[in-house]
Design a protein around this ligand. Structure first.
Ligand SMILES: Cc1cc2nc3c(=O)[nH]c(=O)nc-3n(C[C@H](O)[C@H](O)[C@H](O)COP(=O)(O)OP(=O)(O)OC[C@H]3O[C@@H](n4cnc5c(N)ncnc54)[C@H](O)[C@@H]3O)c2cc1C
Length: 453
């Protein structure tokens, strides 16, 4: 008999530690995919999106800096778009007064050096993602109906029948300058030379920029709604968990427990140093246009004022993520080798100290101005902090980590999402839910379980 089947009624409860991208995605898939409904208890002392997810700039696309599709990037991107659609449809229906969750987006990555421009010149790939999800997110009007359709599916997920391409290609210096007025093309030209001008930048089309907090709150709202429809509960407990043993002692047995505590996972004694991640703190700046008229016209050049038109963001070691015409997120700094306790202290922390804000600004703004000089006329409206859990690289890249925790009964961990939480979270959440519900670790690809060796 499967472990899950030993529990019945109220006992078919699952615990998730962590309300970031990984935890909320797992919650959705547990609720949506259980053949007989299960409840979810989500524990997070900092609330939904209190960790790295809340600090993310929101860049969502499936490509490496060289323009190659990431390991399982197609599947992961499709899964992310479907969850984005679930969250967007929920918000459109339940809270249409709220600000947008995401923006359709093209990404331009100017070559950082001649080697990168050579890599770009070899790029010619194309992947497909769900056309329905794209249409929906691009602003079509039947959002509420789509969600009703999708939540009435037996597995609760959105159907995606027809398909549309997300693409990447090299751009010449001239084309790049046309797309981004104000791009410092003379410097680029000087750095690359005329022979590499044909591949001076990479253009990714069909991506999105997400507002992470709005997205996760809406996705959690969709979880609560789905739980209600299925006659179970989705409860958020805003408390920190000190150990899995203590959690079970205080709340009774859980059918399955998923640790999705990001960079702070190691504070739980059951996890400790099992996940070999470098914990790397970073700041993002939320930029708003200055109110004077000169900058008001200038600020429209990178993003797009039109809701239906894809905006444009710049990628690079310092990036500018466009969240509509009124917000550009500049990221990100890197401070390596924090401890899990230091990572936990960053969760839910507001960056309000003026000297800390000034130091984050002075670390990022000179590099942002080098990438796009017009940003100098914007002001810093907010500073966010978060800690990434960077997994070790292998031949496939920096892949996340997931699996069963040895010696514990149906305790699982998902982490090491690194700098790619958005593209991987929904796919990981779906895999974790299947593993927990079926008590079957084999559904997790072995590359995700390499930390167990
Ligand atoms: C500055 C910055 C910019 C980024 N930009 C992007 C981007 O543009 N695109 C992208 O794809 N990725 C980006 N990332 C990476 C992305 O944010 C992470 O990959 C992702 O957030 C990890 O999600 P997670 O759910 O694993 O962890 P988290 O989001 O950190 O969630 C873990 C949660 O667990 C909670 N928690 C921890 N310990 C406990 C405990 N003991 N008890 C209860 N709760 C606990 C925390 O409060 C937290 O809410 C960025 C990261 C940073 C830091």
């Amino acid at each position: 008999m499967l472990l899950a089947e030993q529990y019945s009624g109220e006992q078919r409860r699952n615990a998730i530690v962590g309300g970031g991208f990984a935890g909320v995605a797992t919650a959705w898939h547990l609720l949506a995919h259980a053949s007989s409904p299960v409840s979810v208890h989500l524990f997070d002392g900092a609330g939904i999106a209190g960790g790295a997810s809340g600090a993310a700039a929101g860049l969502l696309h499936p490509y490496s800096p060289k323009g190659k599709v990431l390991w399982n990037g197609l599947e992961a991107m499709n899964a992310a778009l479907e969850l984005l659609q679930v969250a967007t449809a929920f918000q459109d229906r339940a809270h249409p007064e709220l600000e947008p969750i995401s923006w359709a987006q093209s990404f331009l990555r100017p070559a950082a050096n001649a080697k990168q421009a050579q890599d770009f010149s070899r790029t010619q790939s194309m992947i497909e993602t769900s056309q329905q999800a794209h249409r929906q997110l691009a602003g079509s009007t039947d959002g509420a109906r789509m969600c009703v359709d999708s939540s009435s599916n037996s597995n609760g997920s959105a159907e995606s029948s027809s398909r549309e391409a997300v693409s990447v290609r090299a751009l010449s210096l001239e084309e790049a300058a046309q797309r981004v007025p104000g791009l410092p093309s003379e410097q680029l030209n000087a750095a690359l030379g005329p022979e590499l001008a044909a591949s001076a930048a990479l253009l990714i089309e069909g991506g999105h920029v997400i507002h992470p907090t709005r997205y996760l709150r809406a996705l959690w709202g969709a979880c609560e709604e789905l739980a209600m429809q299925r006659g179970v509960t989705a409860d958020l407990h805003t408390t920190n968990v000190s150990s899995i043993a203590q959690l079970q002692h205080e709340h009774g047995p859980f059918c399955g427990t998923v640790v999705a505590a990001g960079a702070a996972a190691g504070i739980l004694p059951e996890i400790g140093d099992k996940l070999p991640c470098d914990l790397c703190q970073g700041y993002t700046l939320d930029m708003a246009p200055n109110s004077d008229s000169a900058s008001a016209t200038e600020h429209l050049t990178l993003g797009s004022a039109e809701k239906s038109t894809a905006g444009l963001s710049l990628l690079g070691s310092t990036y500018l993520a466009t969240q509509g015409p009124e917000n550009i997120v500049v990221g990100a700094t890197k401070r390596h080798q924090l401890t899990p306790h230091e990572a936990l202290a960053e969760c839910g922390r507001q960056v309000s100290d003026s000297s800390e804000r000034a130091s984050a600004t002075s670390a990022l703004m000179p590099r942002a101005e080098k990438a796009w000089p017009s940003i100098a006329s914007w002001r810093v409206a907010g500073v966010r902090t978060g800690v990434r859990a960077l997994p070790p690289r292998d031949q496939h890249g920096s892949l996340p980590l997931a699996g069963r925790v040895a010696g514990e009964q149906n305790v699982w961990v998902v982490g090491g999402l690194g700098a790619r939480g958005l593209v991987y979270h929904a796919w990981l959440g779906s895999l974790m839910a299947r593993a927990v519900l079926g008590d079957n670790e084999a559904v997790l690809p072995k590359q995700l379980r390499r930390w167990q060796a």
